[in-house]
Design a protein around this ligand. Structure first.
Ligand code: SAM
Length: 228
């Protein structure tokens, strides 16, 4: 069975999608979707040999060799025109790496119908890349699994002009105000407040770092609706 995190990613994949899962490792996600007949073709891309072997083992085990192709390569390089891939997943990596993979794989005038991205960190960076490259964020969510908060972003071709606040916190998160999302930012606020106390006690109350953390804390207070 899929982890809560990957199950959340799976939920956003359209039925019948032709899927490329970039950085697939064990290929659990595409294998699960194929076994449940939600899709009927997928590529499991991997840049590293060990994880590719994990994918190969899983594919053989699940008897999916006809529908799920493990391929060694960097990012989007594993996708060939004849695959007719319409949906790309990049999950379980830092936002910086996801942004790099997107930037390196991006060709102008070639947009995928759907991108489903699950950055472990630096989500704002991914939202910014999407907005700068004619992908519109159309949905997003935050979840808590195994002691960590994770975000899932869904994008399709389109133009947006989100505010800085929307880029930082997520336009749909701001609308939906789920409990998990509030808890995530409350815990970030607590962390910043602790840092501010530590800096103040170390007589760093006038430092640039102190001001920066104070700004961040203020922004969070504003979106959580308890600005003082
Ligand atoms: N996507 C799976 C998930 O969410 O559970 C596996 C995540 S795993 C932590 C990240 C994987 O991405 C690793 O197996 C790593 O080898 C792969 N990876 C990192 N950079 C990559 C790149 N440029 N192209 C393809 N795969 C990459």
């Amino acid at each position: 069975n899929l982890s809560k995190r990957l199950a959340c990613v799976a939920k956003f994949i359209p039925k019948g999608a032709r899927l490329a899962d970039i950085g697939s490792d064990h290929a659990y996600l595409p294998a699960h979707l194929l076994l449940n007949q939600k899709i009927d073709f997928a590529i499991a891309g991997e840049v590293a040999l060990g994880p590719l072997q994990n994918a190969q083992a899983e594919i053989k085990n699940a008897e999916l060799t006809k529908q799920l192709e493990p391929r060694l390569g960097d990012g989007f390089a594993v996708i060939k025109p004849n695959d007719h891939i319409d949906t790309v997943v990049i999950a379980g990596m830092g936002g910086q790496l996801i942004q790099k993979i997107l930037a390196e794989g991006h060709r102008e005038h070639h947009q995928y119908e759907k991108l489903i991205l699950q950055p472990n960190t630096d989500t704002a960076m991914v939202r910014t890349w999407l907005q700068n490259n004619q992908y519109a964020l159309v949905d997003e969510t935050m979840l808590f699994d195994d002691g960590h908060y994770y975000e899932v972003l869904v994008a399709q071709p389109g133009i947006t002009s989100f505010t800085e606040q929307q880029i930082t916190f997520g336009p749909f998160n701001l609308q939906h105000q789920t409990l998990t999302w509030k808890q995530r930012w409350q815990s970030e606020l607590n962390r910043l407040n602790q840092l501010l106390i530590t800096l103040f006690q170390a007589k760093q109350g006038n430092s640039i770092a102190y001001q920066e953390y104070q700004n961040q804390a203020q922004q969070i207070k504003e979106v959580l609706g308890n600005a003082s």
